[in-house]
Design a binder for this molecule. Structure first.
Ligand code: ADP
Ligand code: MG
Length: 619
């Protein structure tokens, strides 16, 4: 229980252990708390300024870091030094973001396509985790200034569609900002908490849809609430859809109207930002007016509400398609939804409300400020964690399937998407070679059948398996997803008891030590370092592949055709040669080629092996 005392000297309220709720948004971020006196959730704001802190970071000439409204003012004049929408880069590689690269007017490092993306400002390199930590640090400072007490604990919200890597990245950002992140919760779950839905334990069962259209992300969640228990039945959404897209379509319309070539925006970053800010202004005005008109430099910029609605209808339709999918995944029909909750600044657009209301066949619920509702819910969750509120129990779900790689690069799902968390699952596997002493466990996340299309989270070896004939060892792999949606994996050989447990740190996240090191080190990383690491990683992967292929061929020569043996030998030679040249891309190409050759027969032989092995499966 937290204690509250009044500081007589300043007259301010002090709380012994204040846990704040933070909405770390793509566009705007804010902090909320439970008011110590009236016990209501409130967003923190300084005097009469807005509670919203734009998630924008400006690096000035002296490399001072400025966050919020002031930073936003530099978007036009200093686009290369002003970072917005960093949340879209969380847990992403350059490959993940390159098709949307035009969206960013600052420099995203593109020479290492697979590892965590970095942003370059001047001669400094920043990870999205560091960038997010600057925003969190600003929020922490503001909260401390307003509350006049140190803030060290927080609940932070993330879109329901965030994967493990992105959740871990958010947690790491909190740590870098000096915050102990007690819980990461889904934004729609927080929003429903803020609506007080399910507060009364006697209330009968309700089904709720939460429609969250922010600046950069769209989420829809279907929740069931019964006896004060929140259960997320399904989630759906898109991390590249939001009010930013409305702005972009207005900009495109204006370019057309003013005969400005699209290429010109690439060269003239100031013009690009100028139009972006005016497009947003137009959009907001059109929520309450029929026409927007202004001039910018020599351009006449105007748009009618009707035109605007035509432009954005396709985006709204996409969100409704996601709603349809969510309803389907929840195994219910649209008319079983009792309440629709609107979240996110973009739900202020009247056409959004109208379209969503039509889709669900009932009026939508938008009485709580859509900009603040998520932070308010996070504050309520923080209060629950502080032990002050026992009315709630929270159940969440895994947004993507979790599984391991089996032979031939196939994905074996242990925990399907939309499983409730905390969640546990276990499955048995066996060895494929006589006397096989170790087994590689590669953990993946995603919905595709082949692991290569999914995201690798971790990999480890279960070693010291005692010598036994192939098929005899029983290796149980178990997955545990904790309440934060973070995964722990254990592999145990049941006959001997040999086991190995790892906490899966998503590939694009950071280990605790790495975060610590980042805190200690300067935040500068040479571009060379990044390139070297990528090369070393590719070389290691290539060496491992050669080794496994070699062993596989030796064991299965009899089962392979002459042609398969020849093409494999050639591909192995090519890879071997590539390993001696310091060319990451060449190595990766050769890895891919060898994999393409061996995959078909590996699958074939695995099928045979499964038939042979009486029980379990072959990894
Ligand atoms: P996020 O969760 O992505 O940080 P928010 O919920 O703060 O986003 O919503 C930000 C988006 O809402 C921006 O695209 C902003 O332009 C838009 N927005 C804010 N107010 C209005 C309004 N009155 N009309 C239309 N869009 C608005
Ligand atoms: Mg939001």
């Amino acid at each position: 229980m937290s204690k509250i005392s009044i500081n007589i000297a300043t007259g301010s309220l002090q709380q012994a252990e204040m846990i704040v709720g933070i909405d770390l948004g793509t566009t705007n971020s804010l902090v909320a708390i439970i008011h110590p006196e009236n016990k209501k959730a409130v967003a923190l704001q300084e005097h009469d300024s807005s509670s919203l802190v734009p998630s924008v970071i400006y690096f000035d000439e002296l490399n001072n870091i400025i966050v919020g409204d002031v930073a936003k003012q530099h978007l036009e004049a200093s686009p290369q030094n002003t970072i917005f929408s960093a949340k879209r880069l969380m847990g992403k590689s350059y490959n993940d973001v390159k098709q949307n690269e035009d969206f960013f007017s600052y420099k995203i490092i593109d020479d290492n396509t697979e590892s965590l993306v970095k942003v370059q400002v001047g001669n400094q390199f920043y990870s999205p985790i560091e960038l997010s930590s600057f925003i969190l640090k600003e929020l922490k400072n503001r909260a401390e200034h307003i509350l006049k007490t140190p803030i060290t604990k927080a609940v932070i919200t993330v879109p329901a569609y965030f994967n493990d890597a992105q959740r871990q990245a958010t947690r790491d950002a909190g740590k870098l900002a000096g915050l102990d992140v007690l819980r990461i919760i889904n934004e729609p779950t927080a929003a429903s908490l803020a609506y007080g839905i399910g507060t009364s334990a006697s209330q009968s069962e309700q089904t709720i849809a939460v429609y969250d259209l922010g600046g950069g992300t769209f989420d829809v969640s279907i929740l069931k609430i019964n006896n004060g228990i929140f259960e997320v039945l399904s989630t759906n959404g898109n991390t590249y859809l939001g009010g930013d897209d409305f702005d972009k379509s207005i900009i495109e319309y204006w370019l057309e109207q003013n005969n400005i070539a699209k290429d010109e925006l690439k060269q003239n970053k100031q013009l690009a930002q100028g139009l972006r800010l005016r497009a947003e202004e137009a959009k907001k005005q059109l929520s309450n007016a029929d026409e927007y008109t202004t001039t910018y430099h020599n351009y006449a910029l105007s748009i009618s509400k009707e035109k605007f609605e035509n432009l954005i209808q396709p985006f709204i339709n996409t969100t409704l398609q996601h709603c349809k999918n969510a309803v389907k995944d929840a195994n219910i029909s649209v008319d079983e939804i009792d309440t629709v909750v609107m979240v996110g600044g973009s739900t202020r657009v009247p056409l959004v409300n109208k379209s969503v209301s039509n889709f669900f066949g009932k009026p939508v619920n938008n009485s709580v400020n859509p900009d603040e509702v998520v932070a308010l819910g996070a504050a309520i969750q923080a209060d629950i964690l502080a032990g002050n509120n026992k009315d709630f129990l929270l159940l969440d779900i895994t947004p993507l399937s979790l599984g391991i790689e089996t032979m031939g690069g196939l994905m074996d799902v242990l925990i399907p998407r939309n499983s409730k968390v905390p969640s546990k699952a276990a499955r048995q596997y066996t060895t494929q070679k006589d006397g096989q002493g170790s087994m590689r466990i590669a953990v993946f996340q995603g919905e595709r059948d082949l692991v290569k299309d999914n995201r690798k989270l971790a990999e480890f070896n279960l070693t010291n398996i005692p010598g036994m004939p192939a098929g005899l060892p029983k290796v149980e792999v178990s997955f545990m997803v904790n309440a934060d949606g973070i995964l722990k994996v254990k592999a145990q050989e049941l006959r001997s008891g040999v086991e190995q447990t790892i906490e899966v740190k998503p590939q694009y996240g950071l280990t605790d030590e790495e975060v610590e090191k980042m805190l200690m080190d300067s935040i500068t990383h040479a571009k060379d370092d990044i390139a070297t690491r990528a090369l070393v990683e590719a070389q290691t992967e290539g060496e491992q592949l050669l080794e496994t292929t070699e062993k596989f061929i030796t064991k299965n020569t009899a089962l392979l055709t002459k042609e398969e043996l020849t093409t494999t030998a050639q591909a192995m030679q090519a890879l071997q040669l590539a390993l001696t040249m310091n060319d990451k891309n060449l190595i990766q190409t050769k890895i891919e080629e060898l994999n393409n050759i061996s995959r078909p027969y590996a699958e074939r032989i695995m099928d045979n092996a499964i038939n042979v092995a009486m029980k379990g499966k072959t990894i």
